[in-house]
Design a protein. Structure first.
Length: 101
């Protein structure tokens, strides 16, 4: 699995390249609230820029979207009233093969 195909917005901007810059894929970081244009980070300016500001912008492609991260083993959950007689209960949450609770 290549994590460059995952990002928060679920979109990647494709640039075809110019005489001085090679073609590239750049994560879409946000959307301009006024125009709806995809925004990418411009590392040279240190700011977000609309993809349409780049002469070699080609198109957007759908990427896989990260919606959550699950912690590994060894985590515990605490319920205030799930134990015997509505008492507190703390239990081990094993989400991986590591049974380290």
């Amino acid at each position: 699995m290549d994590l460059r195909y995952f990002n928060q917005t679920g979109w990647t901007a494709i640039f075809s390249g110019t005489e001085t810059e090679i073609g590239r894929m750049v994560r879409v970081e946000a959307w301009d609230p006024a125009t709806g244009t995809a925004l990418v980070v411009d590392p040279k300016r240190g700011a977000m820029r609309p993809v349409t500001d780049y002469e070699d912008f080609s198109h957007l492609e759908k990427a896989d979207q990260v919606v959550a991260a699950v912690p590994g083993g060894g985590w515990r959950a605490h319920w205030k009233d799930e134990g015997p007689g509505k008492t507190p209960l703390t239990g081990c949450v094993n989400l991986t093969a590591d049974l380290g609770c």
